[in-house]
Design a protein around this ligand. Structure first.
Ligand code: FAD
Length: 118
């Protein structure tokens, strides 16, 4: 049969985690209940403690202190997360992402208007 899968490296783990976070933010409510807010803060504040790349975890912990997560609604959370991801992109010399809600929804929720992802 096929060779067994390898454990995730830092990049794979990062890609999967950003995918989960951006997609979850894209579907976060416009009017979150206190439970939604609390659980989202739980996810975000768990990362500096548990994320299995200790450099990444430490950096994210510092950034989250500097700029606390905005869990007030879908748009604000999506934008905050985009800005956090851009801070990492900048540090790694990767291109910055356009943090307008239109670009974020196209990438993480609706897909492009040409319908190729439908
Ligand atoms: P990724 O950066 O993983 O992005 C995946 C996709 O998200 C992109 O293809 C793009 O379509 C989209 N995207 C890109 N930017 C944004 C944005 N701003 N908003 C919304 N969508 C966007 N790696 C390190 O080497 N050092 C670190 O300190 C480090 N810290 C990290 C901290 C956290 C919390 C996480 C989750 C990951 C961290 N990583 C770190 C991993 C790093 O961010 C990348 O995931 C990894 O380098 C793989 O990059 P990639 O080019 O595949 O795209």
């Amino acid at each position: 049969g096929p060779p067994p899968d390898c454990p995730p490296d830092k990049d794979q783990l990062g890609r999967s985690t950003w995918t989960f976070l951006h997609a979850t933010a894209a579907y976060y409510p416009d009017q979150p209940t206190s439970t939604h807010r609390k659980r989202m803060l739980g996810i975000l504040f768990a990362l500096p403690v548990l994320f299995p790349c200790s450099w990444c975890a430490m950096h994210f912990g510092e950034e989250i202190q500097r700029s606390p997560p905005d869990v007030s609604n879908r748009e604000n959370l999506s934008r905050w997360l985009c800005q956090q991801h851009n801070i990492v992109n900048e540090r790694l010399g990767k291109p910055l992402f356009d943090c307008s809600i239109k670009s974020l929804d196209e990438r993480w929720k609706d897909g492009p208007s040409d319908g190729r992802c439908d």
